[in-house]
Design a protein around this ligand. Structure first.
Ligand SMILES: Nc1ncnc2c1ncn2[C@@H]1O[C@H](COP(=O)(O)OP(=O)(O)OP(=O)(O)O)[C@@H](O)[C@H]1O
Ligand SMILES: [Mg+2]
Length: 313
């Protein structure tokens, strides 16, 4: 399965897209709301029905008690996103002041997500929030950098406006460097384009020097439902946003699988470029892929999906 991290330069639709992708995925899926600036799903889509006693912050406490405690807590703090039980969310921080407590926990959380994906059969979508830099690197407190390092794909979410592109432009190079040095390679990085604005995909790709790996339509009704500010529109599942999200997820899963294959069997210099363009370089090997999971983590994660409750009934 696939771990996909979404992040933006500034409030472009990361949470909305992550929700749309998780809700529309045809495979068991988990949305981990890991925005250090604080989560919005609890107060938004869940209408404050999840208390502060559930969520990401508590995993920082569990991580200090050890690997097994973290794995158990991870399962315990998931909330059903719909009645199917196959789509779950880890609600985010209730206060940005909690973010420093997570800094030392991100690597262990990245490992849990990897196990959840590889052994638990889940697609994991990470809401990594707004990116922040310090001295040209990802900020250690304001960005969950280890989650980006461990993801199969990292998508910079941008809108098709000049304003959004101007802000995102400053992020593409540091992100590329970061994934080359600490992640699984710069080719993990691409754009998720929100079709609000007049810029076309090829212009966005040129401006950011990144492949546009997927795009989602601008659809205020469904977005407002996902933000918890209005009722579900009629035919929600077939709405343009969720339909496109389903297509996007399938495409991204396939792209991640192709990339994993390229990593396992690096192409010879004469081999054709992968389908998202010639900028892709074969990754330099599994630089920071987590070590194999301890059996207790895998065991606990296999219990996920059992007995999860949708608090909205
Ligand atoms: N595809 C879309 N169609 C219509 N509106 C959208 C879409 N995506 C996001 N929006 C709207 O844009 C606003 C910001 O979206 P969202 O909260 O998802 O962004 P974000 O990147 O998570 O922001 P933040 O960094 O502040 O958490 C919201 O009002 C949301 O409803
Ligand atoms: Mg958000």
């Amino acid at each position: 399965m696939t771990v996909i991290a979404l992040a933006s330069a500034k409030s472009c639709g990361v949470t909305t897209s992550a929700l749309a992708m998780t809700l529309s995925s045809t495979r068991p899926s988990l949305l981990a709301e890991c925005d250090p600036a604080g989560g919005t799903i609890r107060a938004g889509l869940f209408q404050a029905q999840i208390t502060a006693g559930t969520g990401l912050y508590h995993l920082a406490v569990a991580e200090r008690a050890g690997e097994d405690a973290l794995a158990q807590a991870f399962a315990h703090h998931l909330v059903g996103l719909d009645a199917s039980g196959h789509r779950q969310v880890l609600p985010g921080l209730t206060d940005p002041a909690q973010a420093p407590a997570l800094v030392r926990s991100w690597p262990a959380l990245a490992q849990v997500m990897r196990v959840l994906s590889d052994e638990g059969g889940y697609d994991v979508i990470v809401d990594a929030g707004r990116l922040a830099l310090e001295s040209g690197r990802l900020h250690s407190t304001l960005t969950p950098a280890p989650l980006l390092h461990g993801a199969d794909l990292v998508l910079l979410v941008v809108r098709a406006t000049d304003q959004s592109l101007a802000l995102a432009r400053h992020m593409s190079e540091p992100l590329r460097n970061e994934l080359t040095e600490h992640g699984t390679g710069a080719d993990a990085l691409g754009v998720l384009l929100i079709e609000d604005g007049h810029r076309r995909a090829h212009e966005v790709s040129e401006a950011l020097r990144l492949p546009v790996m997927a795009s989602l339509p601008w659809e205020p009704d469904t977005a407002a439902y996902l933000a918890g500010t209005s009722r579900a529109p009629r035919g929600l599942k077939k709405s343009p946003l969720l339909s496109s999200a389903r297509t996007a997820v399938s495409y991204l899963q396939a792209a991640a699988a192709r990339r994993a294959l390229h990593q396992q069997y690096p192409p010879t210099p004469s081999a054709p470029s992968p389908p998202w363009g010639p900028a892709i370089q074969p990754a330099p090997g599994p630089a920071v892929l987590p070590a194999p999971a301890a059996p207790q983590i895998a065991g606990v994660l296999q219990r996920l999906g059992q007995g999860r409750v949708d608090p909205r009934g």
